[in-house]
Design a protein around this ligand. Structure first.
Ligand code: HT7
Ligand code: ZN
Length: 866
């Protein structure tokens, strides 16, 4: 396949300002009639060919200005329909057929549980009809949908419904018109037997907007929270960014088969049902939190993505990075800001940092791709959001808001670029971001090393040095503009002595921070002010000081997390640590003290008690020795659990009473703390507590937490807990996905006794609960196994890799996007110890050479092996 390059971008040769679409829905053969108003773009030579994108559709007819087009006036191939010598301005009528029921790729028009739905981002619209399927062609859409009335009573598309009626033979139709010009990736259509849960919202200018959530009828009682999130997001965007909704109706539809979390189609968001449906019995606090942030994310796209869209797919982080930043800020305002920041950074560290350090590293604004679907990555989303956050830090709050206003006003109704965004930030904020632009163009995470100087006079200075390792295709890494927020504390008094933001722009920098009477202890990168790796050697005393006393709660957590990590790695033999046993007992005391915070901020206390996962630890070593990491982590958790047992038990008992469940941040924090205490108690052998909780819980958060801890323990209760859970929930597919994920995390048996986790997972691929066609299920079982089960997946004999690659090949034949995303789990293969590394490489090469694999998977395999 030929790569697409940013440098080759050319504006479209033709514009399409209006499209009328007529769908005759049938699962086997849907007929799509389209009428396009086409105009030659200024600057295009007369008679230049018009090349329309189209894929996996059958062309039935094509007519120009009402007359069938002779065969010699057009050419057709697998990917396009080319018209030769078209006039300057004309109407083009095209009829095509597609097969939604056979569309297992879930891109274009497909069927999920007898419901028609579409997914057009990034390039799915071309699987529906021939079109200029690129984000810089904005057209007004008028859509007519016709279907069997009894089977598909609800027919939806973007905008406002303008007409509906019955037709002969039990069929009916609905017409929709969207007044806002939009790119084809924002088109959506839904047809099915759906229940609507309704509400309304009055905008700040007094317009009434109808809100409707469409779900399968049996799920109608699980939408209240989603509706509440939507209303809060709408109000927040008015208050925080001055953005008002712009149609009379906003719809969300839940589907079970979906390649992603959700999709921001104009006025008709389509969601993975996992991010819509929630009830206390079936959804955990984490599920509620995810729903809140995804509902907000998709809604915020209405401005950052839809009103101002992207010129081309290289600009993806323009809409995604900015929108993630907006949803993170929303969640921070709805919940604890500090805990939100901790969770966001945890995600960045676990997903984006490894991506940036491995073979899949790419800039937030890539310069080349084979399949754009492979670039919906943590770098585009999460690092994209960090870049916007740094801009805000550099501009300060008020100027950032006015710069955002300027951006939206300047580019409303346009397809913009990252450059347009940065220019609006510069013009609105009155600063120079020339060097800062490197964050968009350069891949890799800068490493910032720190040396401290204290002069006999008490003058304190920091020496900083930055370095970014080469990444694929980029060997030179000039220095970046890095905002480093800091605070200094007096080692004796604990008082805050100074604080500020350093703008670090050179390879090395010297910063005088003042003269002090007592030794300062520096808290650096407060609030994680830049996505860099800080390299600093601090004494255990100073680390414990920051873990206990830093006013910046993010850094207080970061100091604690780093101690957890270093101790696990020290006991795994993967890191040097002086007197590790003594360090462990001092850490236990510090955690004991941190639990004193439990009353003030239980959610924060829960984060402090959480030991990094096996996968987190593996990311922090140069050579991965899976079994040693599992051993080190088990030892430390067991030791901490045992040392703090009485305190943990007291805490657990205090938080145990089952209050009537409310999905509030406050209650969620208390449950998180109780369950963090439970996890450590189970690590120390108190398994019966967990089984009791699993049986008596009145909500899914507590039931899931208890079952999950048992599922990842080696105790005899594991089997009982998992069997019980499945028997209770087997009719609820979303709940069963949790069960699949816990099974994928099953520890390896001690000694030669029992099934290996690989055998267990392999057996589950034939279980009634598993289905390769459903991305949620594939991710829960196979994705979790490969990413989270260190010892089970990375077996010495390479059988884990063999199994995984076989599964990926089967999935690729059904759904290339899903297969390509799953294989990214192997992005750490070069860091495995030599024996495992050789096995993983052999399997990746087998994958890359397999006959008939999709371009999506081929691109990923080639990048992983490059
Ligand atoms: N903008 C949406 C991206 C998306 C997507 C991308 C590739 C394949 C399937 C997809 N479904 C949705 C989601 C978002 O960021 O809001
Ligand atoms: Zn998005």
């Amino acid at each position: 396949p030929r790569p697409v390059r940013l440098a080759d971008y050319r504006p479209p040769a033709y514009l399409i300002n209006r499209i009328e679409l007529d769908f005759c829905l049938d699962p086997q053969r849907t007929i799509v009639a389209s009428r396009l108003s086409v105009q030659k773009a200024p600057g295009t030579p007369a008679g230049a060919p018009l090349v329309l994108d189209g894929e996996k559709i059958e062309l039935l007819s094509v007519a120009l200005d009402g007359a069938p087009l002779p065969k010699d006036r057009y050419a057709l191939d697998e990917k396009s329909l080319t018209l030769f010598d078209p006039p300057e301005s004309f109407a083009l009528a095209i009829r095509t057929a597609c097969a939604p029921a056979a569309n297992t790729a879930l891109s274009g028009l497909y069927i999920s549980n007898d419901m028609f739905c579409t997914q057009c981002e990034a390039e799915g619209f071309r699987r529906i009809t021939y079109f200029l399927d690129r984000p810089d062609v904005l057209a007004k859409y008028a859509v007519r949908i016709e279907a069997d009335q009894a089977r598909y009573p609800v027919l939806l598309s973007n905008g406002n419904s303008v007409e509906s009626g019955m037709l002969p033979e039990g069929r009916h139709f609905v017409r929709w018109e969207d007044p806002h010009p939009k790119p084809s990736y924002l088109f959506a259509l839904v047809g099915g037997d759906l229940a609507a849960v309704e509400d309304s919202f009055i905008t700040r200018s007094g317009r009434k907007v109808a809100l409707k959530i469409f779900v399968q009828p049996q799920n109608a009682d699980k939408c209240a929270y989603t509706l509440d999130c939507l209303k809060r997001a709408m109000r927040w965007d008015e208050e925080t960014f001055g953005r008002e909704y712009d149609l009379d109706i906003f719809m969300i539809v839940a589907v079970d088969h979906f390649n992603f979390g959700a999709m921001e189609n104009k006025g008709l968001n389509i969601f993975n049902s996992a991010y819509v449906l929630a009830s206390p019995e079936t959804a955990t606090d984490t599920d509620y939190e995810a729903i809140e942030s995804i509902v907000a994310h998709e809604y915020f796209h209405n401005w950052s993505g839809n009103r101002v869209t992207c010129r081309d797919w290289f600009q993806l982080c323009l809409k995604e990075g900015f929108t993630v930043f907006r949803d993170q800020e929303f969640s921070a305002d709805m919940r604890s800001r500090a805990v939100q920041r901790i969770k966001d950074v945890r995600r960045l560290w676990s997903q984006q940092f490894p991506e940036d350090a491995g073979p899949l590293a790419h800039p937030p604004r890539p310069e080349t791709y084979i399949t754009i679907d492979n670039f919906y990555t943590a770098t585009v989303y999460e690092k994209g959001a960090e870049i916007v956050r740094m801009v805000k830090t550099l501009l300060r709050h008020e100027k950032f808001r006015s710069a955002c206003d300027l951006y939206f006003e300047r580019h409303d109704g346009e397809a913009a670029t990252v450059e347009d965004f940065v220019r609006a930030m510069e013009d609105g904020g009155g600063i120079d971001l020339r060097q800062f632009r490197r964050w968009y163009s350069d891949a890799g995470t800068p490493r910032v090393s720190v040396r401290e100087h204290i002069a006999p006079s008490g003058a304190y200075a920091l020496e900083l040095a930055q370095k970014t390792d080469p990444t694929p295709g980029q060997s030179e890494k000039p220095p970046r503009h890095i905002p480093i927020a800091y605070a200094l504390y007096g080692a004796e008094s604990g008082r805050r002595l100074a604080e500020g933001v350093l703008e670090f722009k050179e390879e090395t920098g010297h910063f005088d921070l003042g003269k002090f009477d007592e030794r300062p202890i520096a808290s650096l990168l407060t609030g994680f002010s830049a996505p860099v790796r800080l390299e600093r050697s601090l004494s255990l005393d100073d680390r414990l000081f920051l873990a206990a006393r830093d006013d910046d709660l993010f850094n207080r957590w970061a100091a604690t997390e780093a101690l957890w990590r270093d101790l696990c790695l020290a006991f795994a033999g993967a890191k040097e640590m002086e007197s590790r046993e003594a360090a462990l007992s001092r850490f236990e005391e510090a955690l004991f003290a941190a639990m004193g915070e439990a009353d003030r901020d239980p959610a924060l206390a829960a984060e402090l008690l959480r030991c990094p996962s096996e996968a987190d630890l593996a990311r922090n070593v140069e050579i991965i020795e899976p079994t040693a990491i599992v051993r080190g982590r088990t030892y430390v958790r067991e030791a901490v659990g045992a040392a703090l047992k009485d305190r943990l038990l007291a805490l657990y008992e205090r938080l145990r009473p089952n209050r009537p469940f409310q999905p509030t941040a406050e209650q969620a924090g208390e449950r998180a703390l109780k369950n963090a205490a439970l996890a450590l108690l189970v690590a120390a052998g108190e398994t019966s507590l967990a089984l009791e909780q699993a049986k008596s819980a009145n909500n899914m958060t507590d039931e899931a937490a208890a079952t999950a801890t048992l599922a990842t323990s080696s105790g005899p209760e594991r089997r009982e807990a998992l069997d019980r859970f499945y028997a209770r929930w087997k009719a609820d597919a979303l709940v069963v996905n949790k069960w699949l994920a816990w099974n994928a995390m099953r520890p390896e048996p001690d000694g030669a006794q029992g099934d290996s986790s690989l055998d267990h997972v392999r057996r589950l691929t034939g279980h009634e609960a598993f289905d390769r066609r459903n991305p949620n299920k594939a991710r829960s079982l196979l994705g979790v196994f490969a990413r989270e089960n260190l010892a089970g997946f990375h077996r010495l004999d390479g059988a884990g890799y063999r199994f995984f690659v076989d599964e990926i090949l089967s999935i690729d034949a059904l759904n290339p996007q899903l297969a390509a995303r799953l294989i990214a789990a192997l992005d750490n293969w070069r860091r495995l110890e030599p024996h495992r590394r050789a096995q993983a490489e052999r399997e990746l090469r087998r994958l890359a050479n397999a006959k008939g694999i999709s371009p999506n998977l081929y691109e990923m395999a080639a990048r992983l092996l490059a």
